[in-house]
Structure formats: structure tokens, C-alpha cells
Design a protein around this ligand. Sequence first.
Ligand SMILES: Nc1ncnc2c1ncn2[C@@H]1O[C@H](COP(=O)(O)OP(=O)(O)O)[C@@H](O)[C@H]1O
Ligand SMILES: N[C@@H](CC(=O)OP(=O)(O)O)C(=O)O
Length: 416
Amino acid sequence: MRIFKFGGASVKDANGVRNLVKVLEAVGHEKIVLVISAMGKMTNAMEEVIDAYFNEESQLDDKIQVVVDYHKAIINDLFEVKNHDVHHKVNKLIEEFRGFLMWNKSPKYAFVYDQVVGYGELISTTIVSSYLTEIGMTNNWLDVRELIKTDNSYRDAQVNWDSTEQRVSEKVEPAQLNITQGFLGSDENNFTTTLGREGSDYTAAILGYCLNAKSVTIWKDVPGVLNADPRHFKETQKLEQISYREAIELAFYGASVIHPKTLQPLQQKEIPLHVKSFVHPEAQGTTVGKGKKIVPEVPCFIVKKNQVLLKLSSLDFSFIVENNISDIFKMFHDYRLKVDLIQNSAISFSVCLDNKFSGLKSILPELEKRFKVTCHEDVSLYTIRHFDEQAVESVLNGYDVLVEQRGKETVQLVVK
Ligand SMILES: Nc1ncnc2c1ncn2[C@@H]1O[C@H](COP(=O)(O)OP(=O)(O)O)[C@@H](O)[C@H]1O
Ligand SMILES: N[C@@H](CC(=O)OP(=O)(O)O)C(=O)O
């Protein structure tokens, strides 16, 4: 079997859905599992619904209406028949999460988030599946929550591999075109869980692993994995081949084209991962697999914006060593601050953090009880793999370098 993942960008409108069909016609549509994300930016729109529910209830209906209108426009464009069954199916899903929000008693944000946010994926797969059926492509729609079982760490659920493997092998039809949602799973009480934002790549890898797939392909709006994010760098080069190890390194440092958790299950079974253009499905793309580290061998640039640099110094000139470093790391873990870089000297300790769960405000007073704290917000972290001096120079242009760290293959620069 082959696993195909189509992200939000690929199904952002009716033409995107038609193009998905063209891709399937070009590369075959049997013995496939299609993993599809929410359409366009609908996960962000669902997050706004949840935020309104918790913080500004007067906005709730308007926020839900944005989701309704977006999908309705796509359905009206795709289906000629006015009262096509797809309207009924999508309305039912919308009423499901509206009803949940009406009756919910749980004050727990992460739990409520997971029960609601995934309707983006449930709706998108319902629309795509109905469209495929309409044009004569028989398909098997699967609720991924019945396949992928996880613990109950809402918003960052961990997969229970044994029961997932068993369910996947029972429910996926190996000879057919199967279609299911990315990003979601369910816990032992059958509540919906999510695998973390942008987690649909990981879903494709989980299914690939459980089905011993021949390959996993992520269809993108770019020709493959580039040596830098084209939104931040003018000149980029496509990488032809990357080893699993190198791809894991790139994803770890923040190359957002592949979700970091995706590589590990594939590497374990040596399943190749193709990143290909949904505009030119016949073109080669990038293959992540066994073999050469990186082809061509060029510097790879990764930038993370809006990071925080904290410098902690002891108040009494005592050393910062194992015991206080372990306390500091426990605090970062508790406040969900992701550590991107560390540098320590005898009496100080610098750390570049990702504040995506907004833990910074709460941790600062805690740290200030024990250390002198200097905090630079809104810094950028540049990582260059396989760097040379020219590559380093090219990213510096006028920035102030706050921290520099060099290894044999990687240089990291925190700049303001
Ligand atoms: N190293 C990279 N190579 C290719 N694309 C990259 C890279 N880093 C960031 N991107 C960006 O990732 C985008 C595709 O990801 P995304 O929009 O999240 O797609 P999807 O919705 O399909 O998951 C590309 O349009 C590109 O701008
Ligand atoms: N829809 C989810 C999961 C995902 O992976 O989406 P995409 O494939 O569009 O990045 C998100 O936006 O986080």
C-alpha cells in the first residue's frame, strides 16, 4: 500500500479538490490510504471558535459561521445538485460540535480543544470522499479515531502502538482507496485527541508503519524539501535525497516542511518518504530514505522567529551546575517552554526558548526568585546545517548576534 497525505494548502478550495483527483489519476488510486488535513486555514478558524467559547462567547456564532461559510462555498462549487447528500453530512458534523459546546461542562481547555478542533478534518474528508464518489472513484471513508488510539494528553497525544496496529490492520481495506483524517486519534474512553498542530504528516507515518506501506508521499505546494524556507529566503535549492538521520536533524531544528515526529516510525521500517509537488505530480520531488546523507550537499538554513532568549546568572556567584540546571529544565517542562539552544558558563546559563504555549509570563517570577534574569523577546534563531563561512555571512546581514554556537556540521545563531 501507499500512503498519500494532502495538507490544508492542497485542499484549500474546490480547485484544490479537483487537483487532488488529477494527482490520483496520474499516480494511481488503488491500494492507497489518503490522509487529509482541514481545508486551508480551517484549523486556525476552529481554534478561534474554541477561543470564543472560552473567552468571548458573544463571538461564538460568528466564528462558527466562518467555518460553515467556507465549506459551503467549496461544496457549492464542487456539487451541482443543490440538495446533495454532502450538505446533510457536513451540517450534521457542524451540529455535532455546536451541540458539544452547548452541553459541555468541562472547564479544561485542552480537552475541549481536542473535542472540537478536529471537525476541520472530519468535514474536509467528508467533502473529498463525497466528491470522489460523485465522479466515480469508489472510496472507503474511515474515522481515524477508530484507528489511532492514544493516551489522554490532549493536544499532544502519545500513540498506543499495539492497539493502533491491530485496529489499522482490521479496518483499512488494502485493495481499495481509503480516505481518512490527519491529526486525530482517540483515547481509551473514545474522546478525541490530537497529535499536535501540523500532525497530519505524523498520521501518514503512523498508518504507513502499521500497514508496512511501500511508501508515504506528502503532496505539497513546493517541488520538494528545499534547503531553506522559501517564505524567508529568496534563493532556494531543491534537495533530491536526504537520509532519515539528516531529515530528523532538519525537522528537529525546525524545518517546518516535515513534522518532526514523522520520520521515526518510517525510519524504523525503512519506508521511503516522498515529498512531491501536487502541481507537478510526475516530477521527482525529494526522497527521504536509506542512503546518502544529503544530495546535493548544500548548506541548509532553518529560521525560527519570535523566540525568547533568557540569560540566567547566579545571584551569589555560585556555579550553575547539575542541581540548578535540572531544576531549571523541570520548570521549562512544567511551563511547556520548548528549549531550542543552550549555552552555559560557570555562573550563567543562556537558553533560547519557543514560547508557543505562552508559559514565559508565569515562569519569569519563579526564575527571578533564584537567578538574575535577562530576557530578550522576539529574537530569531538561525540554524545552518553543513555551513560554510559564506552561508553564515549571508544570514547575518546587519543583525546583532546574541549567541553563537558552532559544531562540526551545524552552526546556530541567536540574533536580534
Ligand atoms: N525547507 C522547506 N522546503 C519546502 N517548503 C518549506 C520549507 N520550509 C518551509 N516550507 C514551507 O512549507 C509550505 C508547505 O507547508 P504547509 O503550508 O504547512 O503545507 P500543508 O498545509 O500541505 O501541510 C511551503 O509552501 C513552504 O513555504
Ligand atoms: N489541520 C492540522 C493538522 C495538519 O497537519 O495540517 P496541515 O497538513 O495543513 O499542516 C493543523 O493545521 O495543524
